[in-house]
Design a protein around this ligand. Structure first.
Ligand SMILES: [Zn+2]
Length: 71
């Protein structure tokens, strides 16, 4: 089992589209240099059904784990 796999939204059952439904600070916030500890908001999901989720982490694996537990 791939632990970086995101489960579908628990509310609407839709697959989470990493491109459209997620805020990923490494990608969506534009730092002048790469420093995961000092910039941008934590990773979050904003599903089109209105569900929002943030694990208050910048760590992808930690985020996925928190999301999958919630689901
Ligand atoms: Zn949803």
């Amino acid at each position: 089992m791939d632990e970086t796999e995101l489960k579908p939204c628990p509310k609407c059952g839709k697959e989470i589209d990493i491109e459209k439904d997620m805020y990923i600070p490494d990608r969506d916030w534009c730092p002048t240099f790469y420093d995961p500890d000092s910039g941008g908001d934590p990773i979050s999901i904003h599903c089109e059904c209105g569900l929002e989720f943030s694990a208050h982490t910048h760590d992808w694996e930690e985020f996925v784990e928190a999301w999958n537990k919630r689901v």
